[in-house]
Design a protein around this ligand. Structure first.
Ligand code: AMP
Length: 188
């Protein structure tokens, strides 16, 4: 089963993805984590994307699609993938459909974690204090939220039209959100 965890930055996608990895053996594919790993390894790719990431912009579709393709190829026996922070643009969503179709698979379900902007901002302030992520500063975060609203949110009606979109209130306790996600997945 292939699941997209959808939502703005700091909606709780990474937290819920990690729970699903533990509970269901899915593989989490987070393009944000992959890009951060590229940066800490000091690779050319990491150097290329550092400025864009820190300012809160989106890196090119070409780069993130190649990262996802590599992971799909490396995990042929996966029981399922959780796409976390990908796709973020219409071309990325199309590429994902094509990559999965080539393997006889598809996006099965898209779960949107809904969180109000003021709660997101509170979370990011806390995360910045705890983790020190450069792009969690208020200015970059505003840009990330804009990128989500302008480039990523337009995917919602597309997945809704395909009958794949479900919504969970991401402002509930972590355990409650997780229980609701599992209930949805049990029905797929
Ligand atoms: P995230 O951890 O998902 O919030 O991603 C952190 C940053 O990595 C984003 O603000 C973007 O700069 C970059 N990034 C991660 N995933 C993508 C993606 N699918 N498309 C474009 N940029 C991405």
């Amino acid at each position: 089963m292939n699941l997209i965890l959808f939502g703005p930055p700091a909606a709780g996608k990474g937290t819920q993805a990690k729970k699903l990895v533990n509970e269901r053996n899915f593989i989490q594919l987070s393009t944000g984590d992959m890009l951060r790993a590229a940066r800490s390894s000091g690779s050319e790719l990491g150097k290329r994307v550092a400025g864009i990431m820190d300012s809160g912009g989106l890196v090119s579709d070409e780069i993130v699609i190649a990262l996802i393709e590599e992971q799909l190829d490396n995990n042929p026996d996966a029981v399922g993938f959780i796409f976390d922070g990908f796709p973020r643009t219409v071309p990325q969503a199309k590429a994902l459909d094509d990559l999965l179709e080539a393997k006889g698979q598809k996006v099965d379900i898209v779960i949107r974690l809904s969180v109000d902007d003021d709660v997101l901002i509170e979370r990011v302030v806390t995360r910045f204090e705890q983790e020190g992520r450069a792009d969690d500063n208020p200015e970059s975060f505003k840009k990330r939220l804009n990128a989500y609203n302008e480039q990523t949110a337009p995917l919602l009606p597309i997945y809704a039209e395909q009958g794949k979109l479900r919504e969970v209130d991401g402002m509930q306790a972590i355990g409650t959100v997780s229980a609701e996600i599992n209930k949805i997945l049990d029905k797929v």
